[in-house]
Write a protein that binds this ligand. Structure first.
Ligand code: SAH
Length: 231
């Protein structure tokens, strides 16, 4: 890192990157992330190098780096960049880890994780969102992220155990299947609470116990499914 701490966050050239996007991302990283306490270099690098506009509807591309969630269709949203960065920072994942991303939606968070860990398993219940997520990931040549459709409240038993589980949808409680599919010492970052408002939690598995930390109040869409909210 050089004196201003900003150099070399960005990779060299990517055919899908345009200069407006690079400039907007750089601004987002400084104004929305660093200033609010996102300091994990791997998280900042991931956000610096994944073009968010590829994961939102084309007519919203110009708003890709605004400090807010955006609609991605089907009543779902892509989270505010700061919230995504905060969740990734709380995960504390490493380059050799396998991560389950439940409610992969647009695929943006999965793409960021793809740049940070060994392999990412994304589950999305809406078929069309899973398809467009795969398309965006292919454009970016991110090959260590697998997206499948299904009820992610039940986890992904065939690929378990996971080092980390992250979820961008709120549930009444941490699904038991996720606890069962997590390694000892692994952690889950997710919103838990009521349908209209939740608390972002970090839950760490220690043998048969889950040690839970509450981070902040948040508002996410519902995790719908067998171990989430009723459909
Ligand atoms: N991290 C995502 C956020 C998407 S919003 C992104 O970067 O775009 C949360 C997503 O969870 C929605 O797409 C919704 O369809 C999905 N979802 C809700 N319940 C689910 C379930 N039981 N299994 C899988 N996906 C679910």
């Amino acid at each position: 890192m050089d004196a201003d701490g900003e150099a070399k966050l960005f990779d060299d050239g990517d055919s899908f990157d345009s200069s407006w996007s690079l400039i907007a991302r750089n601004k987002m990283i400084n104004a929305q992330l660093r200033k609010r306490g996102i300091h994990d270099r791997r998280v900042l690098e991931a956000l610096a190098n994944v073009p968010r506009e590829l994961f939102i509807p084309a007519d919203l591309a110009g708003r890709a780096y605004e400090d807010c969630p955006l609609p991605i269709g089907y009543g779902q949203t892509i989270s505010q960049p700061y919230v995504v960065a905060l969740m990734l920072q709380l995960l504390e994942s490493g380059p050799e880890d396998r991560v389950l991303d439940v409610g992969s939606g647009s695929g943006y968070q999965s793409a960021l994780l793809g740049r940070m860990v060994k392999s990412v398993y994304g589950i999305e219940r809406i078929i069309a969102l899973a398809a467009s997520a795969r398309e965006a990931l292919a454009k970016l040549r991110i090959e260590n992220v697998t997206i499948r459709t299904g009820d992610g409240s039940l986890g992904w038993p065939a690929e378990a155990p996971f080092d980390y589980i992250i979820c961008g949808a709120g549930a009444p409680e941490v699904p038991q299947s996720w606890i069962d599919q997590l390694i000892d010492g692994g952690r889950i970052v997710m919103p838990v609470g009521q349908a209209a408002s939740q608390v972002l939690i970090v839950a760490e598995k220690h043998g048969s116990e889950m040690v839970r930390h509450e981070i902040c109040a948040v508002r996410f869409v519902k995790l719908l499914g067998e171990q989430g909210w009723a459909t």
